[in-house]
Design a protein around this ligand. Structure first.
Ligand code: FMN
Length: 390
């Protein structure tokens, strides 16, 4: 049997990693042939669908009056709010300024886009919280975006119109029992190539076997010390990053929630990259011990990271991170074992045949400690200052 023809992965990876939300670079003056849209829909229809049913329906809107009416609904439903939000941050360097500028441009120009494609599916979501229904259509809509991009066209995934779904249905004659999923403005793109966006790395957001368990250098086997096993816990907090920062930058605070860490004091005068502090620990196996911690990342309201024992050959690497969310903060607390010498490596030297088990036990113990810690910080931060609450 001949094997399947391999793809040019450089090209497919480039397609998959550079299909951007295109708004300001949509060519509003160049018509988009309907045949080309049909080709892209044929490709998109190769996406999986629950029960192998063909329930997706694609609505291509090119009539100028309908596009104008649809654009008005889009603006009423949220586009105007986007434009107002952009006006507030314009020129401030706010982290969302670029995205808002682009979204504002689309909101102002939606009726001028050569084709608007509304992706729909027969059925109504049962409200169960399961993805059912949506998971039979979203992958096809994204394949459509990829097919467009590979032909020199672009789109932006939009959903603001869904606030006015009933009005949109009335305007376009969409029957009851059909769900609108996404509205895709389609045009040829202008300018040069597109680049990959900044995203979290797979290492950061991929857990192995158990929730929160990370491996820096996965081998396919249960992780050993040299593989850089770790734990990440996360919690969403109903308070601004600045309200959470005071707690994560307090080196004594985790002692309140840990059954091993007892407290710490600064050795350096300033908390900054390169500064050190001394941590006091206790457990039943090792009794009391002290460890010097080296600050390796420090940015107010964003990140506090330190390596224990040695900055480069760390016994363990620790990191608090604050991620701003709409209406709050996601607190991440991550720990990676090694790569340097520690009580853990001593335990492994004593029982090398049990290394994988020792690592797994350490991950489990730290998960409990770290989870208690982030839950404690959440409670403190939300109680601390009602003024800083969202
Ligand atoms: C579920 C969802 C809804 C979105 N809704 C809108 C929208 O209504 N209007 C808009 O301009 N962009 C919308 N976007 C696009 C995002 O804002 C866009 O992905 C973001 O700007 C990042 O751009 P990038 O994907 O090129 O990195 C939406 C994206 C998703 C995934």
């Amino acid at each position: 049997m001949p094997s399947a023809t391999p793809f040019d992965t450089d090209e497919t990876d480039r397609l998959l990693s550079t299909t951007r939300a295109v708004r300001r670079r949509l060519d509003l003056g160049r018509p988009v042939p309907q045949e080309l849209l049909l080709d892209c829909i044929d490709i998109a229809e190769q996406a999986p669908t629950g029960g192998n049913q063909t329930s997706r329906r694609w609505l291509v809107i090119q009539n100028p009056d309908l596009k104008k009416a649809l654009a008005d609904l889009y603006r009423d439903a949220g586009g105007n709010w986007i434009s107002e939000s952009y006006q507030k941050v314009a020129g401030t360097g706010h982290h969302n300024e670029k995205a808002l500028r682009s979204a504002d441009h689309l909101a102002q120009n939606l009726e001028h886009v050569p084709a608007i494609v509304l992706v729909t599916i027969y059925g109504e979501h049962d409200g169960s919280g399961r993805p059912g229904l949506f998971d039979s259509v979203i992958q096809a809509a994204w394949s459509f975006c990829l097919a467009l991009r590979s032909r020199g066209l672009g789109s932006a995934w939009t959903s603001l119109h869904l606030e006015a779904a009933d009005e949109v249905a009335e305007l376009l004659g969409i029957p009851d029992g059909v769900s609108q999923i996404v509205l895709l403005p389609v045009a040829w793109t202008t300018g040069g190539d597109f680049s990959p966006a900044e995203r979290r790395t797979a290492h950061d957001i991929t857990w192995f076997d158990k929730w929160g368990y990370t491996i820096e250098r996965p081998t396919g086997e249960a992780p050993l010390h040299r593989d850089g096993a770790g734990v990440t816990v996360e919690i969403d907090i109903d308070a601004a990053p600045s309200a959470v920062w005071q707690f994560i930058s307090d080196i004594n605070l985790p002692a309140r929630f840990s059954d091993e860490f007892q407290g710490a004091e600064w050795i350096s005068t300033q908390p900054e990259i390169g500064a050190t502090f001394l941590g006091h620990n206790h457990n039943d196996h090792m009794g009391d011990w002290e460890v010097t911690c080296h600050v390796v990342d420090y940015e107010e309201n964003r990140v506090f990271a330190w390596n224990s024992v040695d900055a480069k050959q760390a016994a363990a690497q620790w990191r608090f991170e604050l991620i701003p969310l709409a209406g709050g903060t996601r607190l991440r607390f991550a720990m990676i074992l090694g790569p340097g010498w520690s009580g853990l490596t001593m335990a492994i030297e004593a029982r090398p045949d049990k290394e994988a088990k020792i690592i797994a036990n350490r991950q489990a113990g730290q998960t409990d400690n770290m989870r208690r810690c982030v839950e404690g910080i959440r409670d403190l931060a939300t109680e601390a200052d009602p003024e800083t609450r969202f």
